[in-house]
Design a protein around this ligand. Structure first.
Ligand SMILES: *Cc1c(COP(=O)(O)O)cnc(C)c1O
Length: 397
């Protein structure tokens, strides 16, 4: 075993840009942090962020909220999901997704995952027919985008409303269409480990007038919704304003101020992530026993993390790879571990949902190894990281 050790920090993000810090200090000096606390001639940072995000996504309406998970729950309420309803979602996703479904009293119906780490469209068709669910909360987990044309064909044909969880696909595209623009609503996260960083935060976009009005009211606009600029016409609110509860979850000007600056840098950051992704991917290509995830040509992904499969390996050997890499400074997460470490990403970890065996998915889920690619790593760092992974996989296979 080579003695090479990597010394980088896998959870260290880049600093917030100086320009964003200056804007944040201006907001603090103003004392006006609440989104509706604005001067008569002032739009406010939150409304401006919404306008800019809507323009970037090519959506008619946008809403900034307290977290990505909040956006998901808000989306479910806005499309009318009620207590006891079945909602389809991915067997492979992050806990806030089934959590959002549970938060509105609905039931998760899990749809299997393919070796490409996307939702299994054959299983989706079966589950739509079996469950009678009318909503799919589709998670582009770890940035892998399913064939969206095929998915929308299935869902449109079956009258299934699609809510997209774009926590890992802000800045990504499918066949040139921004991720989040196929479904009725898309939700994004601005939590520290996503693509723009405000500590906590979320965004939601839609083209639908009534859904947008409901989402704004749900987020806690009171009767101040007129202050939004990325909103539907006021008469749309008249129809729903007394029937939509306030489930308070607004964003504030401080976070919006630092996000606006970062949003302008997003395309450059996407290029930076993908350069790192490609270096690691090349470094672990053609390693026996290690399966790379195919990236379809239509997928304009954001390589903020990388996954590979150790398919049909014994648990002990996968654990040995993770431990050996860790000893050499490379932090891999084994999503397949029987006892989840740090967070949960598998359907069978969420025991508040009905048990739903998915044997084909289990084989894939058991095999998934994941690694974050923070932009604080250089391309040379990525060469070293890949070399260490390759060494250890070859040694232990
Ligand atoms: C982070 C994440 C969310 C939720 O975002 P928060 O802002 O942390 O609430 C939802 N889905 C996925 C796949 C995520 O990784």
């Amino acid at each position: 075993m080579s003695g090479e050790v990597f010394r980088g920090n896998f959870t260290q993000q880049e600093p917030i840009p100086e320009e964003a810090i200056e804007r944040a200090v201006e907001v603090l000096r103003s004392g006006r942090l609440h989104r509706y606390n604005v001067l008569p001639d002032e739009a406010g940072e939150v409304a401006l962020l919404e306008q800019e995000f809507a323009a970037l996504a090519g959506a008619r309406y946008a809403l900034a909220v307290a977290s990505g998970g909040y956006a998901l729950g808000c989306a479910l309420r806005a499309v009318g999901v009620a207590h006891g309803d079945a909602v389809l979602t991915n067997a492979f996703t992050l806990a806030p997704v089934p959590g959002a479904i549970a938060s509105v009293g609905a039931r998760s119906i899990f749809v299997g995952v393919t070796e490409g780490l996307v939702i299994d469209l054959d299983d989706l068709q079966v589950k739509i027919a079996d469950s009678g669910a009318r909503v799919l909360m589709l998670s582009h987990m770890r940035g892998h985008i399913v064939d969206m044309d095929a998915l929308m064909y299935i869902c449109n044909g079956a009258g299934v409303t699609v809510i997209e969880d774009c926590a890992h696909t802000m800045g990504a595209t499918w066949d040139g269409v921004p991720s989040g623009r196929h479904g009725t609503i898309a939700c994004y996260s601005t939590q520290t480990y996503k693509h723009i960083n405000s500590g906590e935060g979320g965004l939601l976009v839609t083209d639908d007038d009534e859904i947008a009005a409901k989402a704004i009211l749900l987020s806690g606009s009171y009767m101040l919704y007129g202050a939004h600029t990325a909103r539907p016409p006021l008469d749309v609110f008249e129809k729903v304003k007394y029937d939509t509860p306030n489930v308070s979850g607004r964003m504030d000007h401080l976070r919006a101020a630092i996000l606006r600056v970062q949003l302008r840098h997003l395309p450059d950051q996407v290029a930076n992530w993908n350069a790192r992704y490609r270096v690691v991917e090349e470094g672990v290509r053609d390693v026996a026993g290690l399966t790379l995830i195919d990236r379809p040509q239509q997928e304009g992904f954001v390589g903020s993390s990388i996954q590979f499969l150790l398919l049909d390996w014994a648990d002990e050997r996968i654990k040995a790879v993770v431990a050996a890499c860790k000893a050499r400074g490379v932090e891999l997460k084994w999503f397949g571990a029987p006892d989840p470490v740090a967070f949960t990403s598998r359907y069978d970890n969420w025991r508040y949902a009905d048990p739903q065996p998915l044997p084909d998915s289990d084989r894939v889920l058991r095999a998934i190894v994941d690694m974050r690619l923070p932009l604080t790593f250089s391309l040379d760092d990525c060469v070293v990281i890949a070399r260490i992974i390759k060494d250890e996989v070859v040694r232990i296979h």
